[in-house]
Design a protein around this ligand. Structure first.
Ligand code: FAD
Length: 487
């Protein structure tokens, strides 16, 4: 029987990072993923000479992130260098003003408060001196927050918090749209603590980091590192069951048999881990009831394109009007088929960060994103994609003739590639647990489950921040807990 100190289920950013950190601490780690490679929702795939992102591709903050801490701790920084473009082509907003006119702005990774940014805000959003002061006050408040203030903001919705600064309608639209993109939840219930923390991170660390070779590259290097430290990394192998004996998790079962461990860390999601892989009977009834009720983030649907020209001029392009940003009410309307004039759309263009992703100079790889239900069976994805392409027609006329490959995706694909759909209506969530009031900070599930020896890692427990940053933040906390418990 094979025996390890720790088995990690899943090599998404949460799982691969915690496995790397525990291997670094001297534990013998077995890392197992059901797919052929590490990276989870950020896998970078080769296709006919092109390398492109399955889903998300932009790291925030650009500098001073948990990713920097991770590669420095493991000593792997030179194997997964970070890319932060120097020019002003990182963020390229397209905003449809109430007049119907499309306005564009392009910004570098670090811009908060710069003269160029101020000029852009005046031109694109019609910002007045008072509006700029309101925005500055929002950033200053975020930067001054102490840990106790952040905890208090766990209980406040972001829309109310933002409105408190007196932002004009276009600036409110800009920030709500950005927050939708970063957290994939309704802005009215997005916890203001997460908003304040990300504003502070953006102000100090900038926006837009990519990793040479693909955004998932750091996860791949972490998995290699586990093996170099004497552990194992098994791909295309699904964990079927967490094995419980004497009231504690003692290992996992895969098609290869039983793998014993002193601790099991799961990156498979809290609902799949508790309800399916381990089984409700091993947990207190009130814990199971809470787990069943947890709310997922929305899913994202869109298209991966390969283009034979440089159609898009920035790495990350949010496209929106004042009607686009989403709270609960607006999202419910979309679910009923009542879409806004411009569905909240983001275009990620990884080749702006790393031109070597295409074998042909001048070609582009881009991924569009529109928010949809996390239900893998929801029909929303097709309509979201259709509408997103009509918006592309408006903003980049003639783009369609440059498409040489088109691959639509949605909640069904996200679930198939990452998180099993354990309860009705969930599985395709783009981030993980929704970072809404009641599910963040002290209200977030504890990475230590009530079953001794079983821990959760990734976007469902133990971290803060946007997407992958949250997953790596969680890994640092969970590695600390496992070390504390195992000694
Ligand atoms: C379209 C899209 C765009 C996004 N854009 C961005 C972005 O630009 N920037 C950003 O920071 N974030 C982005 N995100 C969010 C981000 O990708 C996720 O929040 C983050 O990657 C989740 O990491 P995780 O470790 O929690 O879980 P996951 O990435 O979901 O990893 C879970 C892993 O567990 C494995 N697994 C599950 N069950 C089993 C099992 N039974 N046995 C073995 N293995 C198993 C899965 O295969 C997977 O590898 C985006 C997400 C999507 C879908």
């Amino acid at each position: 029987m094979e025996s390890h100190d720790v088995v990690v289920i899943g090599a998404g950013y949460g799982g691969a990072s915690v496995a790397g950190l525990l291997a670094h601490a001297g534990y013998r780690v077995a890392l197992i993923d059901k797919t052929p490679r590490a990276g989870g929702k950020t896998q970078t795939l080769p296709r006919k000479g092109y390398r492109y992102e399955m889903f998300g591709a932009v790291g925030i903050p650009a500098t001073g992130s948990r990713f920097h801490e991770l590669v420095d701790t493991l000593g792997i920084a030179e194997r997964a260098p970070f890319l932060i473009p120097e020019g002003d082509n990182v963020a390229g907003i397209r905003y449809k003003a109430t007049s119907g006119e499309w306005r564009a702005m392009s910004s570098p990774a670090h811009q908060t408060g710069s003269d160029t940014e101020i000029a852009n805000l005046r031109r694109v959003f019609g910002a007045t001196d008072a509006d700029l002061e309101a925005m500055a006050s929002m950033f200053m408040t975020a930067l001054a927050l102490q840990p106790a203030d952040v905890e208090a903001l766990d209980e406040i919705g972001s829309l109310d918090w933002l409105r408190g600064f007196g932002l004009s309608t276009p600036l409110l639209s800009q920030w709500c749209a950005i927050l939708n993109m970063l957290f994939v939840v309704p802005v009215d219930r997005l916890a203001a603590s997460e908003t304040a923390l990300i504003l502070a991170q953006m102000a100090t660390g900038g926006t837009g980091r990519y990793h040479v070779g693909g955004y998932g590259r750091v996860a791949e290097v972490c998995a290699d590192y586990v093996v170099e430290q004497g552990g194992t990394f098994t791909t295309s192998r699904r964990v079927r069951r967490v094995v419980v004996d004497g009231g504690r998790a003692v290992g996992v079962e895969t098609d290869d048999g039983f793998l014993a461990a002193r601790a099991v860390v799961s990156n498979a999601g809290i609902q799949p881990t508790v309800l399916a892989l381990t089984g409700e009977t091993h947990f207190p009834a009130d814990y199971v009831a809470r787990v069943r009720e947890l709310e997922p983030s929305w899913a994202i649907a869109g298209v991966r394109y390969v283009l034979d020209a440089e159609v898009f001029d920035a790495a990350l392009i949010p496209v929106f009007s004042d009607q686009s940003w989403l709270d609960d009410e607006r999202f419910a309307a979309m679910e009923r088929g009542e879409w806004p004039d411009v569905p909240m759309l983001a275009v990620d263009v990884p080749t702006v960060f790393d031109p070597s992703l295409t074998p042909v100079p001048g070609h582009q790889v881009a991924v569009t994103q529109v928010f949809t239900s996390p239900d893998p069976r929801s029909p929303m994805a097709d309509e979201a994609i259709r509408r997103s392409e009509l918006v592309l027609d408006e903003v980049w006329p003639g783009w369609r003739v440059h498409v040489i490959r088109r691959e639509p995706y949605g909640a069904r694909h996200i679930s198939r590639m990452t998180r099993d759909a354990t309860l009705p209506g969930v599985g395709g969530e783009a981030v993980g647990l929704a970072q809404v009031v009641g599910q963040v900070g002290t209200s977030k599930p504890d990475p230590r489950t009530p079953l001794p020896g079983l821990y959760l890692v990734g976007c469902d427990a133990g971290g803060r921040g946007a997407g992958t940053h949250q997953a790596v933040d969680s890994a640092f906390h969970v590695a600390g807990m496992v070390r504390e418990d195992l000694g």
